[in-house]
Structure formats: C-alpha cells, structure tokens
Ligand binder design. Sequence first.
Ligand code: ACM
Ligand code: ZN
Length: 739
Amino acid sequence: MQLRPAFLLFAFVLLIVQSASARADLSIIPQPKRVERGEGTFTLDKTTSIQAPAGRRTAEIVRFFADNIKEQTGITSAKSGGGNRIVFRINKSIGGDEAYRIVVSNRRINIEARTDKGFFWAVQTLRQMIQAGNAPAVAIPAVTIEDAPQFSYRGHMLDVGRHFFPVEFIKKQIDLLSYYKINTFRWHLTEDQGWRIEIKKYPNLTRVGAWRAEADGTRYGGFYTQDQIKDVVEYARVRNVMVIPEIEMPGHSMAALAAYPEFSCRMKPINVTPEWGVHKDVFCAGNDGTFTFLQDVLDEVLALFPSQYIHIGGDEVPKDRWQECPKCQLRIKAEGLKDEHELQSYFIKRIHSYLAKKGKTLIGWDEILEGGADRNAVIEVWRGDAEAAKALANGNRVIIAGPFYFDTPQQNKTLKDVYQTDLLSLPQYRENRKLLLGAEAPLWTECVTTVNAESKLYPRLQAFAEVTWTGKRGDFADFKRRMATHYRYLDALGIAYGPEDKAVANYKITFDAAKRVWRLNTDGGFDDIVFRYSTDGSEPSADSLSFKDSIEFTQPSGIKAAPFRRDRKYELSKPFALVANKALGKPVKFANPIDKRYEKAGEMALTDGILGSGDFSDGIWAGWQGADLDATIDLGLRASLNSIAVNFMQQSGSWIVLPRTVTFYASDDGGNWAELQSTETKADAMDMSSAIRNIRFVAKRSISARFVRVEAVQFGKLPQGHNGVGGDSWIFADEIVVE
Ligand code: ACM
Ligand code: ZN
C-alpha cells in the first residue's frame, strides 16, 4: 500500500509530539530537588522483578509498590529476575532519612536511600512517573532524581469535631497526603461541638460528648472507636504518614464538660454546643481531678498513637470562669501565679511534664506562650509573625499554620497564594532555621462536610506539599503545567477538587418588581458546574431539576440550590426563603441609610420577599451601625392590614444586637401616624448565642392604611465585658412582612 502524503505528515507530527514529551520535564509534585534526564527508557512489564534488602518494613514497601503498579497499569511484576530489574539499596551516604535517589536506565531502576522512609518516597515518585492506564508495558524515561525535603514536618489537620468524617473518607485523604509526601495527618479529635475518640475509662465522653442537638432539633454526631483509630494509624503508617492526635485543653472542651461537668469550674450540667466560636466553659485549672482525668485520657491516647508528638490545643481560652472560680483562684495563690494567663501556663506546663515523663513532645497552638511555655514544647503558629517571633525568642520549635487555613474560600486564598507563600518571610526564621520544623494546612469544618472538603483541600494541598518539600517559592507556571497531569489523576480517583481561584458557587437572588418574579443568578467555579434545586425543603440531589446560570421563581417557597459537577454535589446547599406579602416589591424610604457594607438590595432590601439565612453576610440582611432602623413603606393604595412582622438578628460576637424597642405605625397620608404597637425586646448584648427574633404586630381587627412604618431603636454602645466594649452595635433586619 502506498502512503498518501497527508498520512505521512500526520505520522511525522506524532513523532515530534512524542519526542517533545520525552524531552519534557516529568510532572512530579512536589518537584524533586534535582532531576537529570538520561538517554533511553526502562520498560516495565511482567518480566520486571523487584529486589530489596531484607526487612519487614522494606518488604511492606515493595508489596505496596507492586500492588500499586498492578492497580495503575495492570502489570504484575515477576517474582524473580530475568527481565529488567528494580533494585532497592540502602545507601548510608544519602543525607536525611526521607531523602532518596532514583536512577532509571535502560535495564535497571536503582532506588537508594538511607532509610525505609526514603525508599517509600522514592516509590511515590516512581508511581507519579508511571502513567495510569492498562498496558502490557510501560516506558519510564531514563532519569536521575536526587531528592530530599527541606522541612521535616509537613502536615494536614482535619477538624472532625465541628463535622464528623468517616474512616473511609480519612483513608482516601491519607492516600493523597502520602502521594504528595505530606508526612503528617493531624487529627483534631475533640471540640466544643463534639468529642470524637472512644476513651474506655470515661464512656460518657462519647455517649454524651459525641452528640449535639442542632438548632433545628436534630441530633448530630459520631465518634471513632479505638479499633477504628488503630486501623487509621496503621493505614497511615504503611503510607509513611504519622498520625498526631489533638486533645483540646483547657478550652474548646464543652463536649467533654457536657459529659463530665465535675471538671468545669461551675460543676453544673451543660450541653454539647451546636454554636461555633469561642466558649467560656473550660476545664477547671484549680481542680486536681481535672488533671487526673486528662492524664487518664492521655494514657489511652498514647496507647493508640505511636507518634512522638501529642497536640493538646491550648488555643482560645477565655478566662471568665477561672476569674470567678474559688478553686482556680486558690491555685493562683498557692502556686504564686500572677494572673489567669499564668494559670493557663501552669495548666499547659503540668500536662507538658506528664507527657515528657512518657517520653512525648507536646505541641500547642501559639496561645500556650501566654504566661510562658516550656522550651521543649512545639508551637503551632496560627495568629501571625509576632507569635512566631515570641516562640523563637523563647527557643521553641515552630510549625507554621496561619497561611494555610484551607477553610478560607478559594477566591480569598488562591492556589497561587498558597504556592507563593514564603515560609522564611520572617528574618527570625532564617536566623533560627533549625527551630522551624515545617508547616501545617488545617481544615476547620464549621462549614465543611464530606460534600465540600475535597474542594477546599485540592489543589491547594498539592501547592502546600511543594512549598513545604522544596522550602522555596517555585515557578507557578511550571507548577500549573505539572498540575494538569495531576488533575487527570484526581479525576480518575473521583476526587472533587476545587477551582484554583474562584468560589465553587456564587449566588445572587433578587425580586424583579416589574415582572413580579424572583430571579436566582448563579456562577459556578468550573464551566461544567450545573445548579440543581428543590422547592419542597428536600436536599437537592443529582436527580433534582437543574439550571445553568439563572432561574426565575413566580411562587413563594423555600428553595434549596447546590452546585453539581459530574453528578456530584460540590458544595453544601444554599437555602432561599421567599415570602409573598402586601409589601412585596414596594419602595421603602429609610430615615437612616443602610450601611454601605450591607445594602446589596437597596431600597427594596426589606420588601424583596427574601428572608435572610443564619449568615449575616449572605447579601440579604440589611445592617445599620450606630443608627436606628426607621423604614416607611408606601403600599401605593389603601389596603386592609392584619399583621406586620420583622426579623432581627442577634449575633453579639459580631456586634449584632437586637434593637431595644420596635414600634409599628400606620398612616393614610404618610404624615399623620397612628402607633399600632411598641415592643421592648429586652435586648442583651452579653447574650452570645445566635438567634433570629421575629417581632410581630397582629391587629385585633383588620386596619386600613396606605403607609406602614417600622422604627427599631438600636441597642447602642457595647457594654463592659463585651469584646467590642464602647463600639456601636449593629441592627440587622431582613424583611418587613405585611399581611
Ligand atoms: C485556631 O484556629 N483556633 C487554632
Ligand atoms: Zn476552676
């Protein structure tokens, strides 16, 4: 057969493409320290054998490697020589226990390391070089790779207290941590909102402490049995990942205190709280029983976790209870402490010495520096460089977490931001290089569940892996180029990774007064995101009705919408509550303008028929600071009215306080007003619970009016004891509903 010129050209182009890709850099993440391409290729096929020195762990690594080759390519390696060989060899001249060298030549792959740790990372590098896909033979380009991490601590923390994550989910993420050479999984196991680890001596910790009543009355919770914990620790060990537990003390401990109130200062029953934030109920530092309890708990924890490090939290400890507690005050006196900050230091030091006796090293958040910390403690810095500087000046070792809070939305902490983080930005780090152990990427889960966790973690975790492994800011364009290969890998694994620099979903809902419809506009962080919704209160699923950018609703209802990608829900659903009423779409005059930061709906903010959610910054709530809400609605015509109602928000931690009084008026001409009702709310700025209060006037008999006015008098200056003492409170309202 004669080849036609067009076909020849095609074949020629293919050749060029192939040789170009053979010349190209390998797409390894994190980027190895040195990569030098050689001539030729190694062919991996069923005649390839793997040889390794004796040793239980080495044999396990070889098995892991062979299993993964089989899984990625379908190739079963040969039991003994004959074909090409992959040879593991201990080489004590290789620097660092995680370092390794790989030399790929035509007939042989040599893997050298000082320890099994290095062997394992070499295997992960080789796995990245072997493209997935069934093939009888895989060509691995000749190359010499020399690699070692710049930081010994490269961690990811998952908060399983705010939301619970099943073992299978955690194992899936450990697979990825390991694939990217992140050597630490930090398990944040206890929180105000839930205690998640079985402790046999104190069964109430999980019987009571693992469960909370949500605001809507439903029960939420879960915990890991000790067998499950052992299973995860073992699974991680096989993958070169150390699991470090975090048992929070003395704060973030309401769940423990709900189970055992005798270890709180007030010794009164409390509930496992469903509220996020910082809570005042903390372990009593004056009661020796508290320490016995915590030491018993730690004994069981130490038996489950072989890690050198144990994290004890130590962050965000309000001193209110200690100030009023006779036992705590007695402790301060007896120990010659200056104040409650030194009592915090006493608490941590006492736990520190207990752990030290057991041969363990304590890690705590940077608040453990308060009142002085033991020099051997490791400080996890989250509040910034000033805390880091303090820790280094004190001679403490440091882990950097602040720049890597992956609960931060992607648009506010982009892939590029993470990739370009300079771990040595602080001069003190360069001067005390040995004290900087590395970094950790925490995922706090107030707003994160299994639905959206992966979109928060990836691909930012790949960037984090490279920053902590290489210890420098690399070439972002090159990283992005390598990520293309890794996106295909994540796709194959079914990982719901997120956009690089955009929100997964943006929503804007408005009422179109001319057409009398509500319009929901959406914008997805990927082009192939579709939105699905329900109007019956159910959770949108892959079978729910869908739309792409915009949808109109003519009937008032409760809508739930969520973004889906490849039939998988990508973000928690967002509820929209639409209500029809006589004021719907009517213009409102405000005596005091809505604050610029919370005025998205303009003059229809309180008459668009859209109720606010629990989130004051949802774009639906209107806010006034240091001013009263005074709104006049012109209904256009005289109408018969039976009720007027307004929702107000209380979220005093954010300075949002109920108005002191709410007065309703009606008028025929907008000049002469008849007062209908005035309600005292008994607003309390020291009430830190979140609530939405509906203030309502109900007419005994229908009244007739054209104008309606609502006047809500602000709480005023925030009082002594409030975090914003002296500041102006906010009024937040979402809607005036006239029926
Ligand atoms: C923290 O974010 N409270 C450590
Ligand atoms: Zn106390």
